[in-house]
Design a binder for this molecule. Structure first.
Ligand SMILES: Nc1ncnc2c1ncn2[C@@H]1O[C@H](COP(=O)(O)OP(=O)(O)OP(=O)(O)O)[C@@H](O)[C@H]1O
Ligand SMILES: [Mg+2]
Length: 273
């Protein structure tokens, strides 16, 4: 990893250029290109299988990309596991949640970044801080001493979000953070996301819920069949247009390779700010 900052506009927290990834014959990402401006919330939308989770996993080191570039805060990065991404300041809530069932809520919250005192785990301190993280979210988790295997899907999601939100990070990536949540819990999660945004955290949010996307985001990146086919400022789009872009009923001539008048590649266009 280098610290060079000369390759990127200073306002972008994350830049993704021409990232590709195949699983055998499935080309999950085809030259995905995207900018995530600093301090803003960028939403990614797209149908099932469009490549959203794969893109996120390539960004944070779950998958190693086949090609392309990723810059975090101006510096090229190439993570080979999620812990490296966390150390570099990217917290991720994965769609397929990554909690350890046999550990407690508190242990999961501090997984991989345990507090120590005199060389020993400082369990009291972690429990206290865990309680603080969970209660700040006002989310309904029985006790921080409860094992995760006894939690509901929604409660597990809440713990994952609390973990991402509880540590200071440059970028928080949320892959469908409210998919398993009830109406009230979803509203709380949205409040938390807006709170993080107001604190200047850069957020990348994957959501199938267009109303949620329109409520929370500053810009929307549309993916279709592994490609990044369109970007819109949230204030300049609506649910109907997003549906059209996601399904391919609307093809953006500037950025969609399937549009008749499209440039051969969308890599030369400037990202929306
Ligand atoms: N580990 C994997 N092994 C093989 N194929 C995979 C793997 N992960 C994803 N794929 C394939 O890559 C494509 C993109 O999947 P991905 O999970 O990124 O979609 P998605 O946009 O997140 O969809 P959803 O909205 O359903 O979560 C799909 O065709 C999927 O089957
Ligand atoms: Mg997904």
């Amino acid at each position: 990893m280098t610290n060079s900052t000369d390759t990127l506009a200073p306002s972008d927290m994350l830049t993704v250029r021409n990232v590709s990834k195949s699983f055998g014959r499935v080309q999950a990402l085809r030259s995905a290109t995207m900018a995530v401006p600093r301090g803003q919330l960028t939403a990614i939308v797209g149908d099932n299988g469009a490549g959203k989770s794969t893109l996120v996993k390539c960004l944070v080191g779950v998958h190693v990309r086949d090609g392309g570039e990723v810059l975090l805060d101006g510096a090229p990065v190439h993570f080979t596991n999620p812990q490296q991404a966390r150390t570099a300041g990217i917290e991720t809530v994965f769609q397929d949640l990554a909690l350890v069932e046999d550990l407690t809520v508190a242990q999961n919250l501090f997984l991989g970044r345990e507090e120590t005192r005199g060389g020993l785990l400082d369990r009291r301190r972690m429990r206290r801080e865990a309680l603080d993280m969970v209660s700040k979210l006002a989310i309904n988790v029985p006790r921080v001493n409860a094992r995760v295997r006894r939690l509901s899907g929604g409660q597990r999601q809440a713990v994952s979000i609390a973990r991402a939100a509880g540590f200071s990070s440059k970028l928080i990536v949320l892959d469908e953070p409210s998919a398993a949540l009830g109406v009230q819990e979803t509203a709380r999660v949205e409040e938390l996301i807006l709170d993080l945004k107001s604190r200047g955290v850069t957020i990348l949010l994957i959501s199938h819920n267009f109303e949620q996307v329109l409520r929370l985001s500053d810009q929307v990146q549309v993916m279709r069949a592994g490609r990044t086919v369109a970007r819109r400022r949230t204030s300049e789009t609506d649910g109907q247009e997003l549906v059209g872009l996601v399904t391919g009923a609307i093809l953006d001539p500037e950025t969609d390779p399937e549009a008749p008048a499209a440039a051969t590649s969308n890599n030369e266009t400037e990202p929306v700010r």
